[in-house]
Design a protein around this ligand. Structure first.
Ligand code: IMP
Ligand code: MG
Length: 180
């Protein structure tokens, strides 16, 4: 049985739409950072597919690092506290940091991460996010490079998971029945 054509999935953005948008973002990033040497920081695991395609669309001298973070339990989410599971391996003082994330939902995770990176003395800290579930925002998070705004629905594919499933879909879909 095919995972990619699972009837519980309602396609939202095709692989072609995603690549076309990423080509635009990469060109914009290359223009904005011309003559600099930014460090792209991918947030594991959801942003891995977006990061790998964005890298190839960005004709620029740059570096890549990864972080893994996890939100605390539901009761603590309002505090915006997140735990760093894997930190950067390098100092970022004076560097131009571009965080690459799959989706901004409430904004709690990103608002913590961005201020954490700023506190380390980075020269600039900007954000590239593939998806913006803007209706659910609790913390203001400026997205410097955005793929698509989406409605308040649970989406999977292209790195995004539902209980670790569906990260391998080449496209982005809404789950019709999460319980199925
Ligand atoms: P925030 O702190 O509420 O903005 O949470 C962001 C994180 O929640 C993302 O990095 C995703 O890991 C996860 N997330 C939020 N919405 C979705 C979704 O629709 N599908 C899959 N993961 C999601
Ligand atoms: Mg994530």
């Amino acid at each position: 049985m095919s995972e990619f054509t699972n009837p519980n999935l309602e396609p939202l953005f095709t692989a072609e739409q995603i690549q076309a948008r990423i080509a635009e973002l990469g060109a914009q990033i290359a223009r904005d950072y011309e003559g600099r040497n930014p460090l792209l920081v991918g947030v594991l695991k959801g942003a891995v597919l977006f990061l790998s395609d964005l890298l190839r669309a960005t004709d620029l001298r740059l570096g890549v690092e990864f972080m893994a973070i996890s939100s605390y339990g539901a009761s603590m989410r309002s505090s915006g506290e997140v735990r760093i599971l894997k930190d950067l391996d390098v100092a970022i003082e004076g560097r131009d940091i571009l965080v690459v994330e799959d989706i901004v939902d409430t904004g709690l995770t990103l608002s913590y991460l961005l201020s954490n990176l700023r506190a380390r003395g980075a020269r600039t800290v900007k954000l590239a996010a593939l998806l913006d579930k803007w209706e659910r925002r609790e913390r203001e998070v400026p997205i410097d490079y955005l793929g698509f705004r989406i409605p308040d629905a649970f989406v999977v594919g292209y790195g995004l998971d539902y209980a670790e499933r569906y990260r391998n879909l080449p496209y982005i879909a809404v789950i019709k029945d999460p319980a199925a």
